[in-house]
Write a protein that binds this ligand. Structure first.
Ligand code: KG4
Ligand code: ZN
Length: 335
């Protein structure tokens, strides 16, 4: 008999719920975005995000069940993101999941949001199995992860300061592009010359695959100030394209080097930044040249959603790794 699992995601500004069948088949994937609400502030306002999750969750969960053609009675378990993320936002989803689990006597599964991003690839590629190396690049994280097994991970590299998406968002704000910055900056970069300006790349020596994106961010800001002081024009499109190239090259080179050292022939991309076309093209070219197999999810599964949380949760369910009613939000949860 098939197993139906309900998943809830509320770690940032998307209120999301999904129903999955047997872990990898998505029966419904409902996402209520708060972008229009936070846009006017230029970024996510945590308190407003939490309040809107509270308002949105009941309707989003109801829709996920009705789109999937099922009711609470048909479920085998409920999975929820409990970290990392904004504490108030996480608590809304965790409280809803605990209430449903308790009322329906269902197993409760706490899912790490980064684990969810990685699992998005299982949904999109039914033949994909661990081990593989995954680049998780989003607004809050930039990790190179060795995925040993469905629930076992080793971090090969991480950012020492800003996440890649955070750098995209900050530079987009400096350029007056608005929130969320990543997709807007990508669009502007399409009209620019990525070779126009050379921005610094930071490496930490042989065998270290960590990233640093605060240097390139400062270099962009300094470049703008310098041009302004000299009274010289700034070509925003060239600036966007050159910044994007610096970030994309670092993400690509470090990930390929980490996979090489690990002797791993399969590479996957995950997280909001993996929606970036330049990043995908860079990985397409590099993996083809080096003989790696590359997987990335469709755009809807790159950014935050509950289907990926359901898929990750299913593998915890299979191993009976359950949470109890003491499950709490953990804003700095590590993988
Ligand atoms: O995974 P996600 O939805 O949320 C987090 O877990 O953080 O990622 C959101 C991040 C934001 O920083 C957003 O600007 C970035 O992903 N992003 C992009 C693109 N689409 C989303 N960055 C660059 N290019 C894009 N096309
Ligand atoms: Zn995310």
């Amino acid at each position: 008999m098939s197993q139906l699992l309900l998943a809830i995601e509320s770690s940032c500004d998307e209120t999301a719920a999904a129903v999955l069948k047997d872990g990898r088949t998505v029966l419904s994937n409902v996402i209520s975005s708060q972008i229009p609400i936070h846009e006017r502030y230029g970024g996510v306002v945590p308190e407003i995000a939490s309040r809107n999750h509270v308002l949105n969750l009941p309707g989003v969960i109801d829709k996920a069940l009705s789109d999937a053609g099922c009711t609470f009675r048909d479920l085998c378990a409920i999975a929820v993101t409990y970290g990392p993320g904004l504490v108030g936002a996480l608590l809304t989803g965790v409280s809803a999941a605990k209430a449903i689990a308790s009322a329906r006597n269902l197993p409760l599964i706490g899912v790490n949001h980064i684990h969810g991003h990685i699992a998005a690839n299982y949904i999109a590629h039914p033949d994909l199995e661990p081990p593989f190396v995954c680049l998780v690049a989003s607004g809050g994280h930039s990790h190179i992860v060795y995925v040993k097994d469905y629930t076992e991970f080793e971090i090969l590299g991480r950012t020492r300061d800003d996440a890649a998406g955070e750098a995209f968002d900050k530079i987009a704000r400096v350029l007056g592009l608005g929130y969320p910055g990543g997709p807007k900056l990508e669009k502007l970069a399409e009209e620019g010359n990525s070779e126009a300006i050379s921005f610094p790349r930071v490496t930490f020596g042989d065998g270290c695959y960590d990233f640093s994106f605060s240097g390139v961010k400062t270099a962009v800001i300094n470049y703008i100030h310098r041009q302004e002081q000299r009274g010289e024009a700034i070509c925003k499109a060239d600036l966007a394209a050159s910044f994007q190239r610096a970030v994309v090259e670092a993400l690509t080179e470090h990930t390929i080097a980490a996979a090489k050292e690990k002797g791993c022939s399969v590479i996957t991309l995950a997280g909001g930044v993996s929606a970036n076309g330049a990043l995908r093209r860079s990985f397409d070219a590099a993996t083809q040249k080096e003989g790696y197999t590359l997987y990335y999810p469709p755009l809807v599964l790159c950014t935050d959603n509950a289907a990926m949380i359901g898929c990750a949760g299913y593998y915890l369910y299979e191993k009976e790794i359950f949470a109890d009613s003491t499950l709490n939000a953990v804003p700095n949860l590590k993988l």
